[in-house]
Design a binder for this molecule. Structure first.
Ligand SMILES: Cc1cc2nc3c(=O)[nH]c(=O)nc-3n(C[C@H](O)[C@H](O)[C@H](O)COP(=O)(O)OP(=O)(O)OC[C@H]3O[C@@H](n4cnc5c(N)ncnc54)[C@H](O)[C@@H]3O)c2cc1C
Length: 501
């Protein structure tokens, strides 16, 4: 058999996508002699605002064999138990999207079915009153469940908020220590293709030329390889998610330190608040059809400085929601912003970077990638993107806000057919489509559906076979126990302080 194995990879870009790609590749190929080169431009800054994650970040650290405590301390990270959504359904209302589960199945039926019966018969408990993560988050507490000593909080999972710049530095050091990886500080000026239309050589500003067998495009929104060189198009999803700008600013530390991200709906979009150990990240995502950049900045600063002081210059970022037609084309894989972007409402971009790279190392090609391998990779990533898009649209499409043109727009905006079908099934009898490739588990969908006022018109008939009195008693015991047990855990800030000892 002919040895056609890849001998060299080039990663273009040293942002979060570039360094996660390098780390995953270096780990997967740690026992090989494959050359990995990462090029980052001294002239182009990284986007640098991706600071909130979802629980899969913990899996990534485990995959890379990175000690979590070391990572947390060196990236100024805090813990995240979920997202608090404020004013989305209507002003004055809020709801939680928790990490981890809500309640346990009862008599073989999803907890949601029993809870919906509880509510329909005048019950008072909210759905997320049965979430361990929410019980902790509401009290600014944090706790990592010990599998050997289970208690009521055992179902809580967590993610991290971190400083994106420090993460890139951390992963750079990791790659340089772990693997014979070369970093080139230079600016790409031209790309040369071979006669089959594959990428052959990158020409850099210094006059240097770098050739490789395979290229990973982490050049951000510029998409210099996948789009500029290979002309792979972009599916624009702005008709589903019209926000196209964000303005970000940092303020000083929050006190108390919340173990969650806050996403507050505003007149023309929404505002995020992400607490780190040493500062708070704030941003306003909006649609510039309805709001000027100056107005957005004034609104953001006004809110961000209610309790904190601004510590840096604000940064304006434009984006087009959508995804690359093909993330993998010929000998080039697009990862990060070059592959697509969905607004950061559920902190999914870093997850998509990690997912793309973990899928890629399961599909490592030869020098001439096989079309079937590429097709399967792209199929899987398309499903990931579509499921996340639908979940994000759900946060908007049933709003009852009518206080501005931005919110009124949602009454007429078409939603994806796939989401329409999910809503129809759910509204019939409270059932959710089973899709093992959906990043968001059923309890995530239940939480946001309930938060956005979407309820089932009828329930699974089997729920009425359960003993309602016993179920109600179990509800009261469980919700009260969660609050009690959570109150005895450490404050989030104190938990982090103890890591430093
Ligand atoms: C407003 C906003 C908020 C976000 N919030 C979150 C969040 O909370 N959670 C989350 O998961 N994600 C979030 N994201 C997404 C996240 O920031 C990105 O997915 C992540 O930072 C990856 O970016 P990147 O590395 O692809 O691109 P970039 O950070 O833009 O990096 C591009 C790299 O390419 C290099 N480059 C560019 N041109 C050249 C050239 N000619 N030659 C050589 N090198 C070049 C640059 O120097 C840089 O190193 C957010 C994004 C935005 C816009």
């Amino acid at each position: 058999m002919q040895n056609n194995q890849i001998e060299s990879y080039v990663i273009l870009g040293g942002g979060t996508a570039g360094w996660i790609s390098a780390a995953v590749l270096a780990q997967a190929l740690k026992n090989s002699k494959v050359n990995i080169t990462l090029i980052e431009s001294p002239n182009v800054a990284t986007v640098g605002v991706g600071e909130a994650t979802i629980p899969s970040i913990v899996d990534l650290l485990e995959y890379l064999r990175i000690p979590q405590k070391d990572f947390i301390l060196k990236t100024n990270a805090t813990f995240k138990l979920g997202i608090k959504f404020v004013d989305w359904l209507e002003k004055g209302q809020h709801y939680w999207h928790q990490f981890g589960y809500i309640g346990n199945n009862i008599d073989g039926l999803p907890f949601y079915q029993h809870w919906a019966r509880h509510i329909s018969q005048g019950g008072q408990f909210g759905l997320t009153d049965f979430s361990p993560a929410v019980a902790l988050a509401k009290q600014n507490k944090f706790f990592i469940p010990d599998p050997k000593r289970p208690n009521n909080l055992s179902g809580s999972t967590y993610a991290l908020h971190f400083d994106a710049g420090l993460v890139a530095e951390y992963l750079k050091e990791y790659c340089l220590k772990k693997h014979n990886l070369e970093v080139v500080y230079d600016h790409l000026v031209d790309t040369e293709l071979d006669i089959q239309g594959q990428i052959k050589t990158l020409h850099l500003q210094s006059g240097k030329h770098i050739s490789a067998d395979f290229f990973i495009d982490c050049s951000g929104q510029r998409a210099l390889l996948i789009n500029k060189a290979l002309r792979v198009g972009y599916q624009n999803w702005q008709h589903y998610l019209p926000a196209n700008k964000a303005i970000a600013v940092q303020t000083d530390i929050s006190n108390p330190l919340p173990p969650y991200t806050e996403a507050t709906a505003h007149e023309h979009g929404w505002r995020w608040r992400i607490p780190l150990q040493n500062r708070t990240g704030n941003g306003y995502v909006y649609c510039d059809d309805f709001c000027s950049d100056n107005h957005a900045e004034a609104l953001l600063i006004d809110h961000a400085t209610k309790h904190n002081c601004v510590i840096n210059q604000s940064k304006l970022i434009s984006f087009t929601t959508g995804k690359r037609d093909k993330m993998w084309f010929k000998n080039c894989l697009a990862v990060g912003l070059s592959s697509g972007f969905l607004e950061p409402l559920e902190s999914t971009s870093i997850y998509l970077i990690m997912r793309a790279m973990l899928n890629f190392v399961q599909s490592l090609p030869d020098k001439m990638p096989h079309p079937a391998t590429i097709k399967e990779f792209n199929r899987r990533m398309d499903i990931e993107y579509q499921c996340i898009r639908d979940f994000i649209v759900l946060h908007y499409c049933r709003t009852q806000r009518t206080d501005s043109a931005f919110w009124r727009m949602w009454q007429t905006l078409a939603i994806p057919d796939s989401l329409q079908q999910k809503l129809a099934l759910f509204e019939a009898q409270g059932r959710l489509m089973h899709n093992p490739q959906d990043l968001f588990a059923q309890d995530s969908w239940y939480a946001v559906l309930e938060g956005m006022g979407v309820r089932a018109k009828s329930l699974d008939p089997r729920v009425y076979q359960s003993n309602f009195t016993m179920v109600e008693k179990a509800f009261a015991d469980s919700a009260n126990a969660l609050v009690q047990v959570a109150s005895k855990t450490l404050d989030h800030a104190e938990y982090i302080q103890r890591l430093k000892l």
